[in-house]
Design a binder for this molecule. Structure first.
Ligand SMILES: [Zn+2]
Ligand SMILES: [Zn+2]
Length: 335
């Protein structure tokens, strides 16, 4: 197969400005890298936080996108895990140092010197990219590439958040019903749990979407669920939801903040934390999370609700996400 000399990409040159369509030289895979022809790349809220400047340390210029589904079209000299033609997924965790105190304890999601796809490393809003094979996942052929893309962050981070909510959960609240939530509700249902979905007040369309995926209750984030929750996951980047979720969980309940960025959290009185309630965040993913979740997804099977858009519509996709107009996940497709 002959490869082109140039690739097309949507490039962030400065936070707060639209992505620019550019033609760039083809990347050459390093010894541990695969060269991928990208089929699809999901659009995640984190992309929005990078584009808008909420996350302040991007490489610039930058190709966003960390839910990449691609076919291997080139191999670095040390790549043994993949062959030409394999379908792989590239997640947010693109590199770790391997020797910091966190890496040594198997907590690579907390690495002190990580590389993140579509943030400190170029990502997938392009038709060709390179990725370190050690952080790529073989993808189940069960899924169409467009449907697989949201599994790679919305699915993975949702799954890690879900696990950290605890084992003994009967009633699970989910605040913010976007891409991660629409996958997590399917995991929770699979394990026989009842899901309560909280949305922006008055967003009846999203509440109906949550019920269609099996939520037993859906309502405004300002309202109380009909039962005390055992745990709640907050996917929306809204700090005011933290005290609301704490007030909705019962004694011993866990509130997991699943996002990478959150607006300031208002102060709250100790009585809603009292009773051994716990608040924690989720940061990134480990490769083990990915292996577990990608094996589980086709067994359930998780169905992703996707909104495909061409690569050139990346700005439109980000804007739809910003305005809360996507039910499920936006995915860019490469012609
Ligand atoms: Zn490390
Ligand atoms: Zn993401």
């Amino acid at each position: 197969m002959s490869l082109p000399a140039i690739r097309q990409a949507m490039v962030l040159t400065a936070p707060g400005t639209p992505l620019l369509w550019q033609e760039l030289p083809m990347p050459m895979p390093g010894p541990e890298q695969v060269l991928l022809q990208v089929q699809a790349c999901g659009v995640c809220r984190t992309d929005l936080h990078v584009a808008d400047g909420d996350l302040t340390q991007p490489k610039l210029p930058l190709i966003l996108g960390h839910e990449i589904v691609g076919t291997v079209v080139g191999l670095g000299s040390r790549v043994a895990k993949f062959r030409l033609g394999d379908r792989v997924g590239v997640p947010w965790l693109g590199q770790t140092c391997g020797h910091c105190r966190y890496c040594r304890k198997g907590r690579e999601n907390l690495c002190d010197a990580p590389g993140f796809t579509g943030y400190t490393l170029d990502g997938g809003f392009t038709n060709y990219t390179v990725a370190d094979q050690r952080y790529c996942f073989p993808l189940p052929t069960f899924y169409h590439p467009v449907q697989a893309a949201p599994l790679l962050c919305a699915g993975l981070i949702g799954y890690r958040s879900y696990r950290l909510a605890g084992d003994d959960v009967e009633h699970l609240g989910i605040y913010g019903f976007g891409a991660a939530a629409h996958i997590t509700v399917q995991v929770a249902r699979h394990f026989g749990q009842q899901v309560y979905a909280f949305t922006v007040p008055g967003d009846h369309a999203t509440q109906a979407f949550a019920r269609s995926l099996g939520a037993v209750w859906a309502g405004d984030s300002t309202s109380k669920p009909p039962v005390a929750l055992d745990a709640a996951i907050i996917f929306a980047p809204v700090g005011a939801l933290l005290p609301a979720a704490l007030a909705a969980v019962g004694k011993g309940g866990v509130v997991v903040c699943g996002g990478i960025h959150m607006s300031p959290i208002p102060s709250f009185s100790y009585d809603i934390l009292w009773g051994e309630r716990l608040v924690r965040s989720v940061a990134n993913l480990t490769r083990q999370d990915g292996e577990e979740f990608l094996a589980l997804a086709p067994q359930i099977p998780i169905r992703t609700e996707v909104h495909p858009l061409p690569l050139t519509a990346a700005n439109e996709a980000l804007d739809l996400l910003r305005r809360g107009l996507i039910h499920g996940a936006a995915v860019l497709t490469m012609a």
